[in-house]
Design a protein around this ligand. Structure first.
Ligand code: IPM
Ligand code: MG
Length: 404
């Protein structure tokens, strides 16, 4: 294993521990916390659990699984989107798997009581500064993309999104009201409510170490892939991006074997749909990564296919990129493959279980190449008997894992 990959593995402590244990190729005993969250979150997590159980049986591992509340579900039950007990439970686990967060029920809540605060809070509490969002086309799904087959066929890119900084967390932030400001003689009155506000503000802030560590990771990941890194910013307008670009160039010098380029985010958004195959690793800020990863997801046909890993800090967190999809929640229509593939990423990145990760991937691939489709992936030519509900898709993947 080269030094870059070695560094990559040291990103989360579980990897080191499990790797040591793996040298005996013994079965692992791992503590996992599952956070179903809201909307389709619970449905896809149930299917991911079937896959965990199938892997347990096939490879002899033991997963101690516990559930915890987050987001709207936690708000309803405990009055907060991120209970301390959930943070504690996650910190004591080897890895966390999250379903989805949010829904219209809580849309009118004040910022601190929005379900999304739970997700942002757990990322921050666990120190997950690096969000890996791969977008890889399964060949059999090229037709499901809204783009032409020859544009998307063979796409295999990885967005490395900074996850605990930037405008998502920058201070000061808030609403301001001129009337209040004048009476209080305050410059930055961030205490006004949305209803009373006549202006609002957020701050995009990045420090050199924050940029260095994420760009560094992107380069290390590129060494395990096609050795290309594209750093994405808006340096023609934003100072924070100018610093990002300077720091990225400095890090790039340490990796002469990796091809390095910069793109402005607007150009990158265009290139992603024009010539997506040019990309290997894209590294970018929290906000740009949020937007570009949804765009990249659609190259693959459905956002229902995209897994993600959030690394760095105390405990790694895995989650499908799709949201809570309230319109289809509770109807057994969701695509659980992103959650299932997130389990695969967990094996790969946190436990160094390459064989188990590959088994999950190929079970999903086989299912698709046999023509099975969840509703989001189906077309007019999908036969009725190949159309899968959420639970049937999980059963099918688990069955393939057990029979191999
Ligand atoms: C994501 C989501 C979250 C984000 C929301 C739900 C807070 O869009 O994980 O991409 O913006 O990070
Ligand atoms: Mg998003």
């Amino acid at each position: 294993m080269d030094a870059g990959v070695e560094n990559l593995h040291s990103l989360c402590y579980v990897e080191r521990r499990s790797r040591d244990r793996r040298s005996f190729r013994s079965a692992l005993n791992l503590k996992l916390t599952l956070l179903p969250g809201d909307g389709i979150g619970a449905e896809v997590i149930v299917e991911a659990m079937k896959v965990l159980q199938a892997i347990e049986r096939r490879f002899g591992h033991r997963f101690q699984i516990q559930l915890a509340l987050i987001g709207g579900a936690a708000l309803d039950a405990m009055g907060t989107p991120l209970p301390d007990t959930t943070i504690q439970q996650c910190r004591e686990s080897d890895a966390v798997l999250l379903g989805a967060i949010g829904g219209p029920k809580w849309d009118g809540n004040p910022s601190a009581l929005k379900p999304e605060k739970g997700l942002l809070g757990i990322r921050k509490a666990l120190g997950n500064y690096a969000n890996l969002r791969p977008a890889r086309i399964f060949d059999v799904l090229a037709e499901a993309s809204t783009l032409k087959r020859d544009v998307v066929e063979g796409v295999d890119l990885l967005i490395v999104r900074e996850l605990t900084g930037g405008i998502y967390f920058g201070e000061p932030r808030g609403f301001a009201s001129t009337a209040r400001r004048e009476s209080a003689k305050e410059q930055n009155d961030s205490t006004a409510s949305l209803d009373a506000a006549d202006s609002a503000f957020n701050t995009e802030v990045y420090s050199v170490p924050e940029i260095e560590r994420i760009v560094h990771l992107a380069f290390e990941l590129a060494r395990t892939r096609n050795r290309k890194v594209c750093s994405v910013d808006k340096a023609n307008v934003l100072e924070s991006s100018q610093l990002w670009r300077r720091v990225a160039a400095g890090v790039a010098k340490e990796f002469p074997d990796v091809e390095f380029s910069n793109l402005y985010v607007d150009n990158c958004a265009m290139q992603l749909v024009a010539r997506p195959k040019q990309f290997d690793v894209i590294v970018t800020s929290n906000l740009f990564g949020d937007i570009l990863s949804d765009e990249a997801a659609m190259l693959t046909g459905s956002i229902g296919m995209l897994p993600s890993a959030s690394l760095g800090g105390s405990t790694p967190l895995y989650e499908p990129v799709h949201g809570s999809a309230p319109d289809i929640a509770g109807k057994n229509l969701a695509n659980p493959l992103a959650a299932i593939l997130s389990v695969g990423m967990m094996f790969q990145y946190s436990f160094h279980l390459a064989e188990e990760a590959a088994a999950v991937e190929s079970a999903v691939e086989n299912l698709l190449s046999e023509g099975y489709r969840t509703r989001d992936l189906a077309s007019a030519s999908t036969p009725r008997e190949r159309l899968l509900t959420c639970s049937a898709a999980g059963d099918q993947v688990a069955a393939r894992l057990r029979s191999n």
